[in-house]
Design a protein around this ligand. Structure first.
Ligand code: RUQ
Ligand code: CUA
Length: 764
């Protein structure tokens, strides 16, 4: 990456470089622009550090929680350009998510008590890891309100699975992964009875309400959570909160903090002060220290009991087997972040100015020595805070979360109340720098900052409030992600990005080079299962199958027509339409919508998608492609005809005719010949260079020949009609040849441009 120094900027300015007076673009100099727009030299510096010119790519990719939208937001760093919203817990119309059958099945995995839940309170995304490093394969995210987690495959950035937690009513401390993504963590939040739909009065809170920690087993080969091999540990009714997995020396352990260890129950209705008073009355809460690896062995050995069909290790067993311990932590803690070397766990104070750095080695020494200061009311051994602490550092008001730098011992902690980020050294326990952010920061995020090898460079402050930062848009403000340069000694604020989709609690970033998403599916793929779809058909094999009142269409999409172009059904029929996109060219997605039947599909190259509905109203319903896929996109259309009961064809009139003449037919034939000459010249160029070394081009060439192949037999057809002087049909079939030629030429020219721009070499 090029680092532009301040001094370099001044040189550029002094020499009148940049948009100089001689520039062909404008008469302005860089100084003129600065003056006119009121920009400082520092602003210019920030612009130079973040601007990514057209055609250039970002260095890092961010996966941000979409908050209450139940989605994931993908954007680039340093440009902060938004690239995608991934539908996760919530239907997302553009991607057809929740409007086609394949994706409805994924969303159905998130049904609770037989009901659809069409929103999610997404909090913490996590990237899959191999040996403690981000590997760019999978993304996970949780839903706090409706205890669920989701699996997103980074092969196509699509949600593949939603898993409901069978024993919680809410959760928060998820998702966090173990260093080889063996397990995904999910910690409960507000205690409730673990049995489903069981009622106990609040007076039985201590006895019947419980917290817990769930370990979801991830099957990397299948790319799915294996629910049968997953388990939970029953925990006291403290509100378990953020968690993290041990790594290096602490691998095999998990750490989960908690609040409201007071087990307080509000409030006014019972003549008691509210939760906020009772839940922060004591000076300490508990950090839960759990040996998950041993817990998994115990579950395998049959020591768990089933609750709602799910394996749960009881507190009793966990205590007896020596896998569960508590460490007091300063009141109402937040964040539990394991250092990259796995030696320390940093917990922030929230209502305390301190962050506490706990030593894993000290915790282990106390456990080995059986040195406990006592037991909690449930009999869990408690390690004294002083026996577990490495150090405590006063950072400022409202410390929440901690992230790590590529430089050893350097950490960044968000200060919610102060609206600042503190940079500090956790080995020596000293503050290094502070920067103000706008405003009230929650999480913060460094590049691969959760892993064993953080990448440095940048930090993003995820601010809860934006207040005065952007043009006002009414009482509900966007949130503000601020990009901060952390490569020097002093942190420098670079960029403000409004997030208008929900409250993105947390985000994770990965080196962009690690992501290798596909650009097309194998033709006929169900993208949600990555298996061949039974609804797929090859070109030329399209059909409509009717069985009783069920009508099933096996159709295809290719520029610029839908096959079939007419679907006739009877009112009351159940209609299933399977569509396969036959394109192989990059970015040639077709959409599919049927007027007023609330179905929509996004059919990317190679994908097969199914929409299903009951044709419960008679009438005429156009269907069409919803993506502007070619010059004749608007003509990518057809009719669903829903016939009334007992309808019989009466006297029909002829379909509209063009009344074409011989002159028009001859002109069309000439147009076809001219276009063929262009195609031939493009083909000559492409085959004269090493185009086979460019997979993108090979795909385009394949597609082009596919299109051209469709003209087979059409010449004989139009000539046959011409011989009979049927100029109408002769002209229409000649015209159809030209339609295929246009698409062939379009692809061929794109391939040619690509080859020219990517330095293709002559081979003959
Ligand atoms: S936490 S309220 Cu991630 Cu700071 Cu959710
Ligand atoms: Cu296909 Cu528009």
């Amino acid at each position: 990456m090029i680092r532009l120094t301040k001094c370099a900027v001044s040189v550029l300015l002094a020499t009148g470089f940049g948009l100089g007076a001689t520039s062909a673009f404008s008469a302005d100099t860089l100084q003129d622009v600065m003056k006119a727009r009121g920009l400082s030299q520092q602003d210019l510096m920030a612009a130079a550090k973040t601007y990514v010119p057209t055609g250039k790519r970002d260095d890092f990719m961010v996966f941000s929680s979409g908050g209450q939208s139940g989605q994931v937001i993908v954007y680039g760093i340093p440009s902060m350009r938004i690239l995608k919203y991934i539908g996760v817990f919530t239907p997302e119309p553009w991607q057809g998510y929740g409007f086609d059958e394949q994706s409805k099945k994924v969303l159905a995995g998130g049904r609770i008590d037989g009901k659809d839940i069409t929103w999610g309170d997404t909090h913490h995304p996590a990237l899959s890891e191999t040996n403690g490093e981000s590997d760019g394969q999978f993304l996970f995210i949780n839903d706090k309100a409706n205890p669920r987690i989701a699996v997103i495959d980074l092969q196509d950035f699509e949600t593949k699975q939603i898993v409901v937690n069978p024993i919680y009513k809410s959760e928060h401390g998820g998702t966090f992964v173990t260093p080889n993504t063996e397990y995904i963590f999910e910690a409960a939040q507000y205690p409730a009875p673990l049995e489903n739909k069981k009622f106990y009065p609040l007076e039985e809170f201590n006895e019947k309400y419980r917290g817990g920690m769930t370990y979801w087993k991830f099957d990397r080969k299948k790319g799915l959570v294996d629910t049968a091999a997953s388990f939970s540990i029953e925990l006291p009714p403290y509100s378990q909160d953020l968690s993290d997995a041990g790594k290096g020396p602490s691998d095999g352990w998990s750490f989960t903090n908690s609040f409201c260890a007071e087990r307080y129950v509000g409030g006014i209705e019972k003549g008691r002060p509210p939760y906020e008073a009772g839940c922060s009355a004591k000076d300490t809460d508990y950090l839960h220290v759990i040996n998950w690896r041993k817990a998994a062995e115990l579950v395998k050995a049959g020591k768990a009991k089933k609750i709602n069909g799910h394996d749960v290790l009881s507190m009793e067993t966990a205590i007896k087997e020596g896998i569960l311990f508590l460490v007091p932590e300063p009141k109402s803690p937040h964040g539990a972040d394991v250092t990259p070397d796995g030696k320390m766990i940093i917990v922030a104070g929230k209502l305390d100015t301190h962050v506490s750095v706990f030593s894993f080695e000290k915790i282990q020494a106390a456990i080995k020595a059986g040195k406990f200061e006592g037991k909690d009311p449930y009999g869990i051994p408690v390690i004294a805070m002083k026996d577990a602490l490495h150090t405590q550092v006063s950072l400022g008001l409202g410390p929440l979360h901690t992230q790590y730098d590529s430089k050893p011992c350097v950490a960044y902690t968000s200060l919610y109340v102060d609206s600042q980020v503190a940079k500090w050294n956790y080995c020596e326990g000293k503050v290094l720098d502070k920067i103000s952010v706008h405003y009230n920061i929650g999480h913060l995020m460094t590049m691969e900052g959760d892993t064993t090898k953080p990448k440095g460079h940048y930090l993003v402050a995820l601010n809860k409030l934006a207040i005065d930062r952007f043009n006002p848009v009414g009482p509900l403000h966007p949130q503000n992600h601020q990009l901060i340069d952390i490569s020097g000694d002093k942190m420098e604020l670079l960029y403000d990005m409004p997030i208008p989709l929900g409250e993105p609690h947390y985000a994770v970033a990965i080196d962009a080079k690690k992501l290798k998403p596909a650009v097309r599916y194998k033709v006929g793929t169900n993208s949600r299962t990555d298996q061949p779809d039974p609804g797929a058909v090859k070109a030329g094999q399209e059909k409509i199958v009717r069985k009783g009142n069920k009508v099933e269409v096996f159709g295809t999409l290719i520029r610029s027509h839908i096959t079939p172009e007419t679907i006739e059904v009877n009112v009351g029929d159940e209609v299933t339409i399977n569509l396969t996109n036959l394109e192989r060219a990059e970015d040639e997605t077709h959409g599919f919508a049927v007027s007023t039947y609330n179905v929509h599909a996004s059919v990317e190259p190679g994908k097969t998608v199914t929409v299903k509905f009951k044709a419960d109203k008679e009438g005429v319903y156009p269907y069409y492609c919803t993506e502007f896929c070619s010059a004749l996109h608007l003509e990518m259309e057809g009719y669903l005809l829903v016939k009334p009961k007992g309808w019989k064809p009466g006297k029909t009139t002829a379909l509209a005719a063009g009344h074409y003449t011989e002159v028009e037919y001859k002109a069309t034939v000439k147009k076809v010949a001219d276009t063929q000459a262009i195609i031939d010249s493009v083909v000559a160029y492409i085959t004269s260079v090493n185009y086979k070394d460019f997979p993108e081009v090979v795909a385009m060439v394949d597609d082009a020949f596919d299109q051209l192949g469709k003209t087979k037999g059409l010449k004989e057809k139009h000539e046959g009609f011409a011989a009979k002087k049927d100029w109408e049909n002769a002209n229409l079939w000649a015209e159809q040849i030209w339609q295929y030629q246009v698409k062939t030429a379009d692809l061929g020219l794109r391939a040619k441009t690509f080859l020219e721009q990517h330095g293709a070499k002559k081979i003959k």
